[in-house]
Design a protein around this ligand. Structure first.
Ligand code: CA2
Length: 156
């Protein structure tokens, strides 16, 4: 009888508004790497660790809220660059807090070096941690932090 392979546990990577423009504009702030390349790096690193990485980008707050809710059901962890919604969205914060899936807040730029309105985050208090300022490497650092957390709390 053919053996059935278990599907890999999923990590969802959610990118917020305007991050589809990465690599094309404001490269002095956000770097030259585009989203496709960041997603591909995360996919490979996740696969090497035994996870399926699912990446999505939206410019719409409600769609991001929907995805966070779905991630709580389908994924074991979330990396979220909420972009501008980080600093404004009670809805995203409530969605993160509404489930048990650990979420890491990610930023390419060092938000604390920038305008004061970027210093506050509605999301950070309900996240596992925050990585900010390492460029595209913020995402890989966040993934490694999440994987380390998951390996500590693995109940399989
Ligand atoms: O540093 C980050 O990753 C941010 O989340 C990026 C957001 C910003 O509102 C946050 O304060 C910090 C902005 C994303 C905009 O991305 C662009 C990329 C290329 C060109 C223009 C915008």
């Amino acid at each position: 009888m053919a053996s059935k392979r278990q599907p890999l546990p999923q990590i969802w990577v959610l990118h917020g508004p305007n991050l589809n423009l990465l690599g094309q504009r404001e490269t002095d702030i956000y770097g030259r790497e585009d989203l496709k390349s960041i997603n591909s790096t995360l996919g490979q690193a996740g696969k090497a660790a035994g996870y399926r990485v699912v990446c999505r980008q939206s410019n719409h707050e409600g769609e991001l809220v929907d995805w966070v809710q779905q991630a709580h059901k389908k994924a074991v962890g979330i990396l979220l660059n909420g972009a501008a919604y980080t600093h404004t969205s009670v809805a995203l914060r409530d969605a993160i807090a509404a489930g048990d899936c650990p979420c890491v807040e990610v930023h390419l730029s060092n938000v604390y070096k920038r305008e004061p309105f970027r210093h506050g985050s509605f999301l950070a208090p309900v996240c596992l941690g925050v990585v900010s300022g390492l460029g595209a490497a913020s995402y890989t650092a966040a993934l490694h932090g999440l994987l380390s957390h998951l390996s500590r709390y693995d109940d399989t």
